[in-house]
Write a protein that binds this ligand. Structure first.
Ligand SMILES: [Zn+2]
Length: 246
């Protein structure tokens, strides 16, 4: 069976002597593992479209356990992400997040489109990278089925927004009367919650130049990281740790 679909390459690793094994997030077939025959040969005509980040048109042949790439034409190779260590690290982090949450054969059109938009923004010069990454993370959590509850106390539903904590376990904010329901809940400012709510309700393209105060960004970043570790199958953020050291 042949499938023609757009896809974003999440991973490309060596497979045998001359082949590459790719993990591709495709629009039509979800995440697939596919072999690029001869993909490691310098003259392979697949080469341009099968590197990580590549956004390409694929023709895939479905075998018993793996797909084989029969044609691949790159639409965007994101060269400017790959040549800059900061952008590369953030880009790799986005690919890691997506890979962790999409199962084989499972489509997610909203996440596909979010990843595409985020990569196109990351290659631009005049952007606020932190805003783009926070917006991606929050919307990603929604599309992955872990939408944080930010408009009222997750326990008693009061909308009084003072002295708040965020419960990683329950996935939402707690008012002072309900702090005791989760002793591990994290202190969070009302402004940070408002910022997160704003980012959740705006398209990522609209916030590309939004400047976030570093302290707010740090608070939000810390909560999101813990939230991802608790709910999604990721325990290490090698590329994020790298970019923090730059
Ligand atoms: Zn409450």
């Amino acid at each position: 069976m042949l499938i023609k679909t757009e896809g974003i390459v999440l991973k490309n690793r060596k497979y045998g002597e001359n082949d590459s094994l790719l993990t591709i997030f495709t629009r039509k077939a979800g995440k697939v593992n596919a072999i690029a025959k001869g993909g490691r040969k310098p003259k392979s005509n697949l080469l341009a479209g099968i590197q990580p980040f590549c956004y390409s048109d694929f023709v895939l042949y479905k075998g018993k356990s793996l797909y084989t790439i029969s044609q691949c034409e790159s639409k965007e190779i994101f060269y400017s992400i790959r040549e800059d260590l900061t952008r590369l690290s953030y880009g790799a982090y986005l690919l890691q997040l997506v890979e962790a949450v999409i199962n084989e054969g499972q489509t997610n059109h909203r996440l596909f489109s979010l990843l595409g938009k985020a990569l196109f923004l990351l290659k631009k010069e005049d952007i606020e990278i932190q805003s783009i990454i926070r917006s991606f993370e929050l919307n990603y959590l929604v599309y992955a089925g872990y939408k944080p509850h930010l408009t009222s106390c997750i326990n008693c539903n009061t909308t009084e927004m003072k002295d708040l904590r965020f419960s990683i376990q329950e996935g939402g904010i707690l008012c002072p009367k309900c702090h005791h329901t989760d002793p591990f809940a994290l202190r969070v400012s009302e402004t940070t919650i408002k910022l997160a709510y704003y980012l959740l309700n705006k398209d990522i393209v609209e916030i590309q130049k939004l400047k976030i105060h570093p302290l707010l960004n740090e608070q939000l970043k810390k909560i999101i990281k813990k939230y991802i570790v608790a709910h999604i199958n990721i325990y290490e953020f090698k590329s994020l740790d790298l970019v923090d050291k730059l």
